[in-house]
Design a protein around this ligand. Structure first.
Ligand code: ZN
Length: 388
């Protein structure tokens, strides 16, 4: 147990860690003999500050717990390879940051507790698969690099530099090989909303079909969560849990759930998108949000539907799907003007095109982000083919 007035090498070690955390000023190089180190008032204040930050007992004493947490706090992401060590799990701020990033991107590693357990290893493997990195469950240089690139893409990437641009160019904006699961929100005996002579199921099934065709044409593996009018032999899958499980089993890169809204008031109208997110737990899917924003942006740019915004929700389907997922509510069936648009196959074609462009944009580097609504997918496609 170290306290005010103590001296010697153990105190030097504590001071060194506090300096790394910027809680003590950097010492003058000439005065660094460990034997001379003193647990002085400044050191005591810094320890109390640290204990306060970390939710420890604030007593200014460095006992077992404070000492362990000080040790954990010195690790920065990238300092050491991270993996699941069964006998003695790794603990540290680097593990906590990795977990927060995994959670931000929609990979479920449980709570961000700074302990590298089996759930974190599993989530890391899923992330590695989605990044096309060897899924060995070890967060080493390749994964750090890919992670860094992905975070920049997801957050919109200011501070671009040449190296990032190069890395992105190498990974390429190609859609080929990506797996997208399309979820017609209703079908079979479930008609969804019914109004103005239309059923929600018939609209989302038709839209799913148009989107599926376009995705396949660009080299994407597209799967549907339920059969459409007997077209697929596969048994219709109904509840949210089963559809989410299906998407997880496909190891989908993206998930799109299609719905049309309804409201007691015929006045309600417009298009909205949803992603997994909640302020309360600070957990959300950053890439899901980006994707949801893109889908809405592209639809709003190509149609005259009212833009009702993108919102974070914890609905079961968004929560259970492990990949970036978006739910689209395309207009209100109960609004005569929205319903008239939805009834028009040409309109549904425009929407399918918009979703496809959003998928492509998600994988484009931010500085290639051409103005919304200005491009059709064939020109994006030609552009990416030209680059490769
Ligand atoms: Zn619905």
């Amino acid at each position: 147990m170290l306290r005010l007035g103590d001296t010697g090498p153990p105190v030097a070690e504590v001071r060194r860690k506090l300096v790394m955390l910027s809680l003590l000023p950097k010492p003058d190089d000439a005065l660094q003999d460990p034997e001379e180190a003193v647990y002085d008032d400044a050191c005591d204040r810094a320890v109390r500050h640290f204990q306060q930050q970390r939710g420890l007992n604030v007593d200014g004493l460095v006992g077992r717990e404070t000492s362990e947490v000080l040790e954990e706090a010195r690790w920065r992401l990238g300092d050491r390879p991270l993996s699941h060590q069964v006998s003695r799990p790794l603990r540290g701020d680097d593990v906590g940051l990795l977990q927060r990033r995994l959670l931000d991107m929609g990979f479920n590693c449980g709570r961000a507790d700074g302990i590298f357990g089996p759930e974190t290893a599993q989530a890391l493997r899923e992330l590695q698969r989605s990044l096309a990195v060897n899924p060995d469950g070890i967060c080493g240089p390749d994964t750090f690099r890919a992670l860094d690139r992905l975070v920049k893409t997801v957050t919109g990437g200011h501070h671009q530099n040449l190296r990032e641009a190069e890395a992105l160019a190498r990974s390429g904006p190609r859609l080929g090989g990506k797996v997208v699961v399309i979820d017609p929100g209703h079908g079979g005996l479930d008609h969804g909303n019914v109004a103005n002579g239309l059923t929600e199921a018939s609209i989302v099934e038709d839209l799913a079909s148009r989107l599926e065709g376009r995705l396949i044409a660009t080299g994407v593996q597209a799967h549907l969560t339920r059969s459409i009018s007997g077209r697929h032999a596969r048994q219709a899958v109904r509840d949210d849990e089963a559809r989410a499980t299906l998407a997880n089993e496909f190891r989908a890169d993206l998930f799109v759930s299609l719905h049309v809204d309804s409201h007691p008031s015929p006045q309600a109208n417009g298009v909205a998108t949803y992603f997994f997110g909640t302020d309360r737990f600070g957990q959300s899917s950053a890439m899901g949000q980006r994707f949801a924003e893109l889908v809405l942006r592209e639809i709003a740019a190509r149609t005259d539907l009212l833009n009702c915004g993108t919102h974070g929700k914890t609905w079961d389907l968004l929560r259970r799907t492990k990949m970036p997922a978006v739910r689209l509510d395309l207009g209100y069936l109960t609004n005569p003007s929205d319903a008239a648009r939805l009834a028009d196959p040409a309109f549904r074609d425009v929407v399918a095109e918009a979703i496809l462009v959003a998928v492509q944009r998600l994988y484009l580097p931010p500085d290639d982000d051409v103005p919304t609504g200005a491009l059709r997918i064939d020109s994006l496609w030609a552009e990416s083919a030209g680059r490769a």
